[in-house]
Ligand binder design. Structure first.
Ligand code: ATP
Length: 364
C-alpha cells in the first residue's frame, strides 16, 4: 500500500530505461503504487500532469531504448527552497514519500538536501494551510534511494555507473571505423571523447584500441610532453605502423591546469611531424543508441535492489545509493559517495593529481 515516485535527472544515459522498468515492475510486484515523475526535478516542482501513475504495461519493451522514456532535465527551481516546497506539496498530494532518483552527483546531492529539509518543508506547508496536519503526520519522513546514471563513470562508490559501458561500446566502434581509414591514408587521428572531470572513457578506450597516447584530466602530462608525444609517434611510424590514434578526454588539462585542446594537438603534430592529422569529436553519439547488455542488466539489477532498499527503509535510515561492487549490487551511503566524488574534483582543482587518481581508483 505504499506509493513511490521515480525520476531521471541530469544528463541521460543508456540503461536508465531498464532501471525504470525494473523499479516499476518490482514496485507493483510488491504491492506499491508507482508514479513516474516526468522531466526530473522540474516535474516534481510542476506537479499536475508531470506526475502520472505507472502500470506494468507502461514499461513494456523499453529496455532496448536508449535515453529515458520519462524525460530528464536540469531544474533551477529545485535549487531554491520555494521550488522544493512546491515539490514536497506535490508529493504529499499524491501520497508519495518514497522516491528513487536516477541521476548524477548533482541530482543525488539535491535529493539528499530535499530529504534533510523534509520536516521543515512539511511544517511550512502546514502553517500556510497547503497541507493538512494529518497528512504531514502520515508522511512525516521521506525515503530516498539513488541510482547513478552517467556515461562518464565519474561517481565514487560504485565500480560502474549506468550508461558507461554503452558509451565505451560507442567509442570503440568509432575508433575501429577510424582506424581502417587512418591506416589506408597513413593518418593520425585525435579522437575527442566525453569526460569533463573524469578520464575513464578516454583511458579504457585508449587501452582497448591500442592507442598511442591518451590525455585525461586526472593524469596531466609532464612538462615537455610535446616532445615526448612527437617522439613516440615518430618511433611507431618508423617501426612500420601506418596510423596513429590519440584519445583525448574533453576535460584534458596540463599540469598547470591549462586545457589541452584537440586543435592544439593537431597543430603540434602537423607542424612538427607533417603528418596528415584529423580530429573526430564524438559528442552526443556517445550517449545515444541502445544500452549494452551490461547496462541493461546493471539497470535492471540496480532498479530491483532500489525498491527492496526503499521497502526496508525506516524513519531513521540514511539515504543510500545502489552500487556495483565486484559483481554484487550493494547499498552504500549516499552522502559519503557524493562527498568523495566532490573530494576528487577539489583535489584536481588544487593540482593534487595523485590524490585525485587514488580517490578515483577506488571507484573504478
Ligand atoms: P550529470 O552527471 O549528467 O551532470 P547531475 O545529476 O550531476 O548529472 P546536475 O545538473 O548537477 O546533473 O543536477 C541535476 C539537477 O539536480 C539540477 O538541475 C538541480 O535541479 C538538481 N540539483 C543539483 N545540485 C543541487 C543542489 N545542490 N541542491 C538542489 N538541487 C540540486
Amino acid at each position: 500500500d505504499r506509493a513511490m515516485g521515480i525520476f531521471t535527472s541530469g544528463g541521460d544515459a543508456q540503461g536508465m530505461n531498464p532501471a525504470v522498468r525494473a523499479i516499476v515492475r518490482m514496485g507493483i510486484y510488491l504491492g506499491c503504487t508507482v508514479y513516474f515523475i516526468h522531466e526530473g526535478y522540474q516535474g516534481l516542482v510542476d506537479g499536475g500532469h508531470s506526475i502520472r501513475q505507472a502500470t506494468w504495461a507502461s514499461v513494456s519493451g523499453i529496455s532496448e531504448d536508449g535515453g529515458t522514456i520519462i524525460g530528464s532535465a536540469r531544474c533551477k527551481d529545485f535549487r531554491e527552497r520555494p521550488g522544493r516546497l512546491r515539490a514536497a506539496k506535490n508529493l504529499i498530494e499524491h501520497g508519495i514519500n518514497n522516491i528513487v532518483c536516477i541521476g548524477g552527483d548533482g541530482s543525488l546531492t539535491g535529493a539528499n538536501l530535499f530529504r534533510e529539509e523534509w520536516s521543515s518543508l512539511l511544517k511550512e506547508l502546514v502553517e500556510t494551510n497547503q497541507v493538512k496536519q494529518e497528512d504531514a503526520e502520515t508522511y512525516s519522513y521521506l525515503n530516498i534511494v539513488g541510482l547513478v546514471g552517467s556515461i562518464d563513470n565519474d561517481f565514487c562508490g560504485t565500480d560502474m555507473t549506468i550508461g558507461a559501458d554503452s558509451a565505451l561500446h560507442r567509442i570503440m566502434e568509432a575508433i575501429d571505423c577510424i582506424a581502417t581509414t587512418a591506416t589506408s591514408h597513413q593518418r593520425c587521428f585525435i579522437l575527442e571523447v566525453m569526460g569533463r572531470h573524469c578520464g575513464y572513457l578516454a583511458l579504457v578506450t585508449a587501452l582497448g584500441s591500442d592507442a598511442d597516447w591518451v590525455f585525461m584530466p586526472e593524469a596531466p602530462p609532464e612538462p615537455g610532453w610535446e616532445d615526448q608525444l612527437c617522439n613516440k609517434l615518430k618511433n611507431t611510424r618508423e617501426t612500420g605502423q601506418r596510423l596513429n590514434i590519440i584519445v583525448l578526454a574533453e576535460g584534458a588539462i596540463d599540469c598547470e591546469h591549462r586545457p589541452i585542446k584537440s586543435d592544439d594537438v593537431r597543430e603540434l603534430i602537423s607542424k612538427r611531424l607533417k603528418y596528415d592529422t584529423r580530429i573526430t569529436i564524438l559528442g552526443h553519439v556517445q550517449r545515444g543508441g541502445c544500452p549494452s547488455a551490461f547496462d541493461r542488466l546493471l539497470g535492471t539489477r540496480m532498479g530491483a535492489e532500489a525498491v527492496l532498499a526503499l521497502m526496508e527503509a525506516t524513519p531513521t535510515s540514511k539515504p543510500v545509493v545502489i552500487a556495483l561492487s565486484g559483481n554484487q549490487t550493494v547499498r552504500v551511503p549516499l552522502m559519503r559517495c557524493v562527498e568523495k566524488t566532490l573530494a576528487v574534483a577539489q583535489a584536481m582543482q588544487a593540482k593534487r593529481f595523485k590524490e585525485a587518481q587514488e580517490l578515483r581508483g577506488r571507484s573504478f
